[in-house]
Design a protein around this ligand. Structure first.
Ligand code: ADP
Ligand code: MG
Length: 253
């Protein structure tokens, strides 16, 4: 997609769990070459919204379009092949496997086979292609010197960047990141922000859920703020930061 083109569009997405409305008529869009942050207090409905967008869950009403096509009813493999890639808070890296192998698994996700090496049954040519692609992504994110280190031996900030390399290996145009800065040191956050800026510069669309206000404010192009399942504000980081409803949601209650 060309820079500035809308690649993701959520339209009036509502998700109810029994009587609880976790997402209430939520609309948002992401363009190629843009970073959008989805923020809000705990329980606001951010993760639920992420799940509607990535097709892990299906809205009660409303729809999500990716590259103009509905995501509902597609498997995660198919959505990855369309060009949407996400990091998971709970799908861990394989700590004893190398950086290269961890990313090769991500490259393989764009294909149609299982996730685990034992089930790959790749021919030599396919294996070489995956390892090549993985190495390319590792260089892209700046982890080349750790290519053959065990993933578990890296610092947390490097592991977070490795997770992004793994997501990139599926060759996405939209990257979904779930709290990428959580638990990172200041320097690590800076390195992560620098990588995300670089990817944006290459035309990547990025949607991130984040609690860390400072990280978001210095980095993203636009912010959508949620509270109680609804959008309470949207705009430039500096605008949103001064919005009384946003201050109330974070500081009041
Ligand atoms: P956030 O990510 O902003 O902290 P969530 O999207 O995780 O918020 O949750 C929003 C609300 O929806 C919460 O009240 C949560 O308890 C509820 N919720 C989320 N997932 C489910 C589910 N699978 N079943 C029932 N309630 C859920
Ligand atoms: Mg959450």
């Amino acid at each position: 997609p060309a820079r500035g083109e809308v690649i993701l569009e959520a339209k009036e997405v509502t998700r109810k769990f029994g009587g609880l409305v976790a997402n209430n008529a939520m609309s948002l869009s992401v363009k190629a070459g843009e970073i959008l942050a989805l923020i809000g207090p705990n329980g606001a409905g951010k993760s639920t919204m992420f799940n509607q967008i990535s097709g892990v869950d299906t809205p009660t009403s409303g729809e999500v379009l990716f590259l103009g096509k509905p995501v509902a009813g597609r498997g995660s493999r198919e959505i990855a092949r369309m060009g949407m890639s996400r990091t998971f808070q709970h799908v861990k890296l394989l700590p004893t496997m190398s950086v290269l192998e961890n990313v090769a698994i991500g490259a393989h996700m764009r294909g149609d086979k299982g996730v685990f090496p034992a089930a790959w049954r790749l021919d030599r040519a396919e294996e070489a292609r995956l390892l090549n692609e993985a190495a390319r992504q590792i260089e892209r994110v700046g982890l080349a010197e750790h290519m053959f280190d065990a993933a578990g031996s890296l610092a947390l900030g490097q592991q977070r960047i490795l997770e992004i390399a793994r997501a990139l290996a599926a060759d996405p145009c939209l990257l979904l990141l779930d709290e990428p800065a959580a638990g990172l040191r200041f320097k690590e956050k800076q390195a992560l922000a620098e990588l995300l800026r670089k990817l944006r510069g290459e035309g990547m669309g990025i949607l991130l859920v984040e609690h860390d206000m400072d990280f978001v404010m210095g980095l993203v192009d636009r912010v959508v703020v949620m509270e109680f399942g609804q959008k309470i504000a949207e705009g430039l980081p500096e605008e949103v930061q001064q919005n009384p409803a946003v201050l109330e949601a974070y500081l009041g209650g």
